[in-house]
Design a protein around this ligand. Sequence first.
Ligand SMILES: N[C@@H](CCC(=O)N[C@@H](CS)C(=O)NCC(=O)O)C(=O)O
Length: 207
Amino acid sequence: MLKILGKDISINVRKVLWTCRELGLPFEQEQWGAGYRATNTPEYLALNPMGLVPVLIDGDFVLTESNSICRYLANAYGGERLLPVNPRERALVEKWMDWQATELNNAWRYAFMGLIRKHPDYQDAALLQKSIDDWAKLIGLLDTHLAKTGAYVAGDNFSLADIVVGLSVHRWLSMPGEQPVFPAVNRYYQRLSERAGFREFGCNGNP
Ligand SMILES: N[C@@H](CCC(=O)N[C@@H](CS)C(=O)NCC(=O)O)C(=O)O
């Protein structure tokens, strides 16, 4: 049985949970991370020296980094539909996964920590506005792209890229205040909402 260490409210944990659902994989989950079981213990740091969630334990194999875990699960458990074998099709999926992990994550961090998590270290008004502007710019790029595909981020078919980008879109739409409206992104959100995995782990009340 797969074991996933990490709390339900974490976007990175939810990527892995949703991937398991899409693949029909049973799993056990333990709630680790701030507010739950502490990740700064020697026991946990031996699994992930970063002290972050999620961690996947598959028998004697331990893996960290949410996007890598999603790719591993698709590779190991018949997920070609989510991560194609064809090099070009796969590259388009991986490109958007990398974009989410590097560009999008970095853009939203300050605004998310300040406005949603209400962390005292993230309350500088100018930096909050810059983060929202950077985030909106990237969601705008995604909107232009989705208007072209008319379906999913890597083309006609749902893939791992939609799990990581879809959760990020849900986070964007959870932001308080008046934010720019992106019609293709909104249609994409509706499309994702037809999936049980997204309803369970994506748009489930956690930003
Ligand atoms: N690059 C890592 C980032 C993991 C990460 O930042 N996890 C956050 C939760 S989303 C975390 O563990 N924060 C500390 C905590 O909650 O204790 C991944 O994608 O797995």
